[in-house]
Design a protein around this ligand. Structure first.
Ligand SMILES: *Cc1c(COP(=O)(O)O)cnc(C)c1O
Length: 497
C-alpha cells in the first residue's frame, strides 16, 4: 500500500468506523455463529500473492462482522461498560503510527512524560491523595498498565518481596521459600477472579473471605480471619479490597480495612477497576474513605471512562517498592538521564515493552474536559436508576443489590431456576444481551449500562424485552419446578469470568 492508497483507504476506514458506531443500535447485539465458523470462510494458508485492499475491505462485512459481539451497542448490557470514544480511537491511530516502544524515558521522552502528566491529571480528577501523584515531593506516581488484573499480580509480587525481606530479618532461621510458604493474602469472595489467580501465579495463599450480606468486606471479617491465621503461624501480608465488585458493584469498607492493614504492615491494594472512574464526580467519593491507607490504587479508564481497551491506570505511593523489587539493569537499557525525574516505566510493570497509550487518554480528557466525563458518568448512573424503577414497578421482580453506579442486579422472585430460565429466554430472543452472577447462592441477572449513547428509550426497550421473556416463561409456569430445573441444567449459560 503506497502513501496515496493509505490516504484513500484510511478515509474509507474512518467512514466505516463512523457508520459502524453511529448505526450500531440497528445491529443484532449478539452473533449467531458457531465455533469454527471462520474456518469455512477463509483459506487455510496466507495468500501467496498480494491482494488489493478493496478485497480485504469487503471481508470486514462478510467475515468479521458476523462474528462480532457489539459491545458498544446500547442493547449490550453484559459485564461492565467498555470505554470508547472518537478522540480515543484517534489517539490510538497516532500511537500506532509513532510505534515507539517506550520502556525507558530515552526511547521516546514524550511517551513517558505524557504518561506522567496524564496520570497526575487523572489521579487529581478522581480525588486521590497528593502522595499518589508524580508531582508530590515523595516517590508516588501513576503508570498505565494493560489491565487491572495485571496490576493486581504486580502489586502482589511487590508485596511478597517486601514481606519476605522484612520477615527474613525477624525470623533469621527461615529462608526465603519458608517465609513465602507462611504468607497469606486476603480478598473477598466478591472480588474479581483475577485476584485469586494472582495468588496462584504468585505462589502464595490467597484467602477469599465471605463478604457480609451487602456483599462488602468489613473490618470485622478481616480481623477474624487474620486471628485464625496468625494462630496457625501464618503471616498476613496483603489485602486486595474492591471498590465496585464485578458481581454486584459492592464497596468494601475501606475505612475499616485500611487501619488493620496499617497496624499489621500489610500491603493494601484497591481494585476500583470499574467504579473508580465515577470518583471524578465528588458525590461518589465517600466510597473512597480510607484510601489514604492504600499502597496502590487502580482504575480502568478502558471500562468506564471513554478510552478504548487497553488502558488501566495504577498509582503507587512509594514507587521504589516496585523499582527495587524487580530491577534488572543490563547495559543496553541504561541511559544517562535515568532517574532524573522521569521514570523508566519498564521497572513499574511486568513486560519490558510498552505502547504510547497516554495519547488516547490525553485526547479524550482534552476533548471532553472534566465536566464532559462527569456528565457521561452521571447519565449512566441515572439510566441505571430508571431501569431499577421499571423493575420495581413489576411485582414479579426484585432488585438484589443497591443500585449506586451503572449496574442493576435483579431477578424474578422465587427459585434460582426461574431466573436462569428467564436468561435463556432473553438470550434466545437475542435483541439484548446480559449475563448472570451468582452471589451467595442467589442467581441474579446483571444489567450494565455500557454504551456512551444509551438513552431512556433504550432502557425502556431493554426492559420491554425482559418483560416479554418473563411473560413467555411464566405462561409455562404450569410446568412443575422439577421439570424446569432439569431443563435449565441442560442448557449452558455464559457466566461472569
Ligand atoms: C473488570 C474488572 C477487573 C478486570 O479488569 P481487566 O482490566 O480486564 O483485567 C478487575 N477487577 C474488577 C473489580 C473488575 O470489575
Amino acid at each position: 500500500m503506497n502513501a496515496e492508497q493509505f490516504s484513500e483507504n484510511g478515509r474509507k476506514m474512518v467512514e466505516y468506523i463512523r457508520t459502524y458506531l453511529e448505526e450500531i443500535r440497528e445491529r443484532k447485539v449478539v452473533h449467531d455463529v458457531v465455533p469454527g465458523y471462520m474456518q469455512e470462510l477463509l483459506p487455510s494458508e496466507a495468500p501467496m500473492e498480494p491482494e488489493d485492499f478493496s478485497e480485504i475491505f469487503k471481508d470486514i462485512d462478510n467475515i468479521i462482522m458476523p462474528g462480532v459481539t457489539h459491545w458498544h451497542s446500547p442493547r449490550f448490557h453484559g459485564y461492565f461498560a467498555a470505554g470508547n470514544s472518537y478522540p480515543s480511537i484517534l489517539g490510538d491511530m497516532l500511537s500506532d503510527a509513532i510505534g515507539c516502544i517506550g520502556f525507558s524515558w530515552a526511547t521516546s521522552p514524550a511517551c513517558t512524560e505524557l504518561e506522567v502528566i496524564t496520570t497526575d491529571w487523572l489521579g487529581s480528577m478522581i480525588g486521590l491523595p497528593e502522595d499518589f501523584l508524580h508531582r508530590s515531593p515523595g516517590r508516588g506516581g501513576g503508570v498505565i498498565q494493560t489491565t487491572a488484573s495485571e496490576t493486581v499480580l504486580l502489586c502482589l509480587l511487590a508485596a511478597r518481596t517486601r514481606a519476605v525481606e522484612k520477615y527474613r530479618q525477624i525470623y533469621s532461621h527461615l529462608d526465603e521459600m519458608e517465609i513465602m510458604s507462611k504468607l497469606v493474602g486476603y480478598t473477598s469472595d466478591q472480588s474479581n477472579s483475577s485476584v485469586g489467580r494472582s495468588g496462584l501465579l504468585g505462589a502464595v495463599r490467597m484467602r477469599k473471605l465471605e463478604a457480609d450480606t451487602n456483599f462488602c468486606l468489613t473490618g470485622e471479617i478481616l480481623r477474624a480471619a487474620m486471628a485464625e491465621d496468625k494462630a496457625k503461624g501464618l503471616i498476613p501480608f496483603f489485602l486486595c479490597a474492591t471498590l465496585g465488585t464485578t458481581g454486584t458493584c459492592a464497596f468494601d469498607k475501606l475505612d475499616e480495612l485500611g487501619p488493620i492493614c496499617k497496624e499489621n504492615d500489610m500491603w493494601l491494594h484497591i481494585d476500583a477497576a470499574y467504579a473508580g472512574s465515577a470518583f471524578v464526580c465528588p458525590e461518589f467519593r465517600h466510597f473512597m474513605k480510607g484510601v489514604e491507607f492504600a499502597d496502590t490504587f487502580s482504575i480502568n479508564p478502558h471500562k468506564w471512562m471513554l478510552v478504548n481497551f487497553d488502558l488501566s491506570v495504577m498509582w503507587i505511593k512509594d514507587s521504589s517498592l516496585l523499582v527495587d523489587a524487580f530491577n534488572v539493569d543490563p547495559i543496553y537499557l541504561r541511559h544517562e538521564n535515568a532517574g532524573k525525574g522521569a521514570p523508566d516505566y519498564r521497572h513499574w510493570q511486568i513486560p519490558l515493552g510498552r505502547r504510547f497509550r497516554s495519547l488516547k487518554l490525553w485526547f479524550m480528557l482534552r476533548s471532553y474536559g472534566i465536566t464532559g466525563v462527569q456528565a457521561y458518568i452521571r447519565k449512566h448512573v441515572s439510566l441505571a436508576k430508571e431501569f431499577e424503577q421499571l423493575v420495581l414497578a413489576d411485582s414479579r421482580f426484585e432488585v438484589v443489590a443497591d443500585v449506586v453506579m451503572g449496574l442493576v442486579c435483579f431477578r424474578l422472585k422465587g427459585s434460582n431456576s426461574l431466573t436462569e430460565q428467564l436468561l435463556q429466554e432473553i438470550l434466545k430472543d437475542g435483541r439484548i444481551y446480559l449475563i448472570p452472577a451468582i452471589v451467595h447462592n442467589v442467581y441474579t441477572l446483571r444489567l450494565a449500562i455500557c454504551a456512551e449513547r444509551t438513552n431512556s428509550d433504550d432502557i425502556a426497550f431493554s426492559f420491554a424485552v425482559i418483560k416479554t421473556c418473563a411473560d413467555a416463561i411464566m405462561k409455562d409456569s404450569k410446568t412443575p419446578e422439577s421439570t424446569r430445573q432439569a431443563i435449565t441444567q441442560q442448557t449452558r449459560y455464559v457466566g461472569l469470568d
